[in-house]
Design a binder for this molecule. Structure first.
Ligand code: AMP
Length: 279
């Protein structure tokens, strides 16, 4: 496996070899099975997979969150080395991507930008769109892989790709969960043992909420979920929304024409966890 710190070296290495298809998997590191599932899918569909590991400063609205984000580069590279197939790691410094202007660009992301994660984390999606745009522009991959764990992010990326008319196929990958149902996340490593034990309540509450769908309206289910979280003082519900997954607008009724999906964000200790489930 090759490891690059600067994009120019990636370009030089690409000139030396002929790859007909390139898959890009952008990550912020602290790699877990969720990331590895995206990488394996890319390896199975492309001659070369480039995995970027970069904790992108422009998508963090709180400095503390950026500083607390787990950074485990040596163990990440070991995990990548074990994947059979052509995998290159790109681990840039902020200046390799942003030069001396570490700022998000401005995209017209429409109503997708300000609901749910966007409402809670100001400027977050402009930062995400900026870094993914930079990576796609630098490497011109055939395909780029993103997890449904960050479903709203996937929508934002598709919108940015359309606005910028980038020639890439965006591939959505299913959410990987721990055996107890908790969605895998780099942030899970920051939970105390007690918090980790409690965290699957998030997914299990969503499953129960989904089971209410036949007899209850989205508004009733949202109220029930809010009440349920009141029983767990350690878990602070930021939002629970049932939306049309095409435009992320809240829905009033369930019907066959609407692809409903529920989204949740919960604070457990000082760790913010998100999840979503097709309804
Ligand atoms: P991150 O390092 O958190 O920015 O995630 C990098 C990519 O991995 C994003 O496309 C995420 O959606 C995806 N990802 C993170 N966790 C999971 C998971 N549990 N299942 C599937 N994909 C995931």
């Amino acid at each position: 496996m090759k490891v690059f710190k600067v994009h120019r070296d990636v370009h030089d290495a690409l000139k030396e070899e002929e790859f007909k298809t390139i898959g890009l998997v952008p990550t912020m590191g602290a790699l877990h099975e969720g990331h590895l599932s995206l990488i394996r899918q890319s390896v199975s569909e492309n001659q070369l997979t480039i995995v970027s590991i970069f904790v992108n400063p422009t998508q963090f609205d709180e400095l503390q969150d950026l500083e607390n984000y787990p950074k485990t580069l040596a163990s990440d590279l070991n995990k990548l080395k074990k994947i059979p197939g052509s995998v290159w790691a790109y681990t840039p410094s902020p200046s390799d991507l942003y030069q001396d202007n570490i700022k998000a660009q401005k995209y017209d992301l429409g109503p997708l930008e300000n609901c749910m994660e966007g409402a809670s984390r100001e400027g977050h999606f402009q930062g995400v769109a900026t870094v993914v745009d930079k990576l796609l522009t630098l490497f011109s991959p055939t395909r780029a892989y993103f997890g449904e764990k960050d479903f709203q992010q996937l929508k934002i990326i598709r919108r940015m790709v359309q606005l910028r008319q980038l020639n890439v196929t965006i591939v959505d990958c299913p959410i990987c969960r721990e055996d107890d149902g908790l969605a895998m996340s780099s942030r899970n490593a920051r939970l105390s043992p007690k918090e980790r034990k409690l965290a699957p309540v998030i997914y299990h509450t969503m499953l129960k909420a989904k089971a209410m769908k036949e007899k209850h309206t989205p508004t009733e289910i949202m109220a029930w979920t809010e009440d349920t979280f009141k029983e767990f003082p350690e878990l602070t519900l930021d939002y629970f929304s049932i939306v049309n997954q095409e435009n992320l607008e809240t829905i009033e009724v369930f019907n066959e024409q609407i692809n409903a999906r529920a989204f949740i964000a919960v604070k457990l200790g000082d760790v913010r966890l998100i999840d979503n489930l097709k309804f």
